[in-house]
Design a protein around this ligand. Structure first.
Ligand code: PMT
Length: 403
């Protein structure tokens, strides 16, 4: 991928690393991109707008209004114009403003209006980078879906040695290139996703179900579709809407219906991600009429196991198909997840534990570990489920050589 014809907003803040932003701007322009630079007032203390506008062939934007003629610089228009925004260098102060919506300069307002992916390359002293407020702000920014390009370790402007150096322009460009290449990796691929709970009918008014909201599975479906895949989303009863036009949704209620749909659709797909919380049991009999309450008699419901959808797909999986399951655990998490990989013939399992605050059912966030069929494990921080979906795809079918 090249930056030819890309519209890029490059944000520059007040750090000594601002001089490197000139090389970054030049690199983009050389490849044929149109670059609009936005500087914070402090950024201008480190590198002059004249240098930067000479490199990009465009006036640098810094204030809300042009000093000479009062022209309004529209952060909204820039948010719509850009193919991506990169803030390099991003100081601790700007990270804090972005994380907390303090829109008191042109750069932060543009960031908040941005419709395109945002990349952030922090630069600061090692102690500032290690400060809990910076860590928290970076986590918040990641949870909003922004991409952090980690600073490198080495000698800093203070002559101290540690982590905080803004990544080199070539590496920043490479990171962004890889992001966009990964975005296209699922074009012409077909992915099956299961999501939500299943309802196992007891009588016309009651069922056995669980707390799944569908948020995790729907985020996965949207992420796959955004990367170009044709997605079949088999969903249990949830109150969510799908957004991307490449998602074909099949609504089901019971585990049996989900099983039938999955078995029918799977052979024609490249991969399946089984995120649904499928009821393991259903009542042996379902009453056609509402079961009446009795004060003096216990009610016993006999249950029978449902079919294991993941295991069934694992049995018919072809060599060129990938199967990704989930494990929702409360104890012996890794051990149980490893057993499920074997039993269901999975390529990967995404482990989430109800022992982690903010993880699992209903939350907007999740905390996962991804384990492959060889037992290799990668752990992730608590993040918004949309970002978790991105991590899952990056680590599994999104890799260029994987699918
Ligand atoms: O929907 P949210 O509120 O966002 O919550 C997300 C989630 C917690 C539901 C999700 O992250 C998750 O963990 N989904 C799997 C829940 C689950 O049923 O886990 P399990 O460990 O019981 O099942 C293991 C795997 O087998 C899962 O991939 C499951 O889809 C599959 N399975 C289970 C039973 C069955 N009969 N058929 C199956 O295919």
């Amino acid at each position: 991928m090249t930056f030819k014809d890309k519209h890029i907003v490059l944000g520059i803040t007040g750090s000594i690393a601002a001089y490197k932003a000139a090389s970054l701007a030049r690199l983009f322009v050389k490849e044929g991109a149109e670059v609009q630079i936005i500087m914070t007032p402090a950024g201008k203390e480190f590198i002059t707008p004249v240098t930067l506008s000479a490199l990009t062939g465009k006036p640098v934007v810094s204030e809300f209004f042009g000093a000479n003629d009062g022209t309004w610089h529209s952060h909204v228009d820039l948010g719509l114009w850009a193919d991506f925004m990169i803030i390099a260098p991003a100081t601790a102060s700007t990270l804090g403003k972005m994380a907390n919506g303090i829109a008191d300069n042109m750069l932060v307002t543009t960031y908040m209006s941005m419709k395109a992916p945002v990349f952030i390359a922090p630069a600061m002293d090692l102690d500032m980078f290690a400060h809990p407020s910076t860590t928290r702000n970076i986590s918040l920014l990641q949870s909003y879906g922004n991409h952090i390009i980690e600073p490198a370790s080495g000698e800093l402007a203070s002559h101290l040695i540690g982590k905080g150096r803004m990544e080199e322009p070539e590496k920043i460009a490479e990171y962004i290139r890889e992001f966009f290449e990964n975005q296209e990796t699922l074009s012409k691929k077909k992915v099956l996703v299961t999501a939500g709970p299943t309802y196992e009918k007891i009588d016309p008014v009651r069922f056995i179900g669980n707390y799944s909201s569908g948020k995790m599975g729907f985020s996965l479906a949207e992420e796959c579709a955004a990367r170009g895949a044709e997605v079949i989303l088999i969903s249990g009863p949830v109150s969510l809407r799908t957004i991307h036009p490449n998602i074909r949704r099949i609504d089901v209620e019971s585990a049996e219906q989900m099983y039938e749909a999955a078995i029918y659709e799977f052979p024609d797909t490249d991969a399946a991600i089984l995120c649904a919380a499928v009821a393991d049991y259903r009542p042996v009999t379902q009453s056609d009429q509402k079961i009446k309450r009795s004060d003096d008699k216990d009610l016993t419901i006999e249950l029978t196991p449902n079919k294991d959808i993941a295991a069934a797909l694992g049995r018919i999986k072809k060599e060129n198909q990938m199967l990704i399951g989930f494990a929702l655990e409360t104890n012996d998490e890794e051990q149980n997840a490893l057993k499920k990989i074997q039993k269901k013939n999975l390529d990967y399992i995404v482990l989430n534990s109800l022992n982690d605050a903010g993880a699992g059912f209903r939350y907007d966030t999740n905390k996962i570990a991804i384990i492959d069929k060889n037992g290799n494990r990668k752990d992730f921080e608590l993040k918004d489920k949309k970002v978790v979906a991105r991590d899952i795809i990056d680590e599994t079918l999104g890799k260029r050589d994987k699918l």
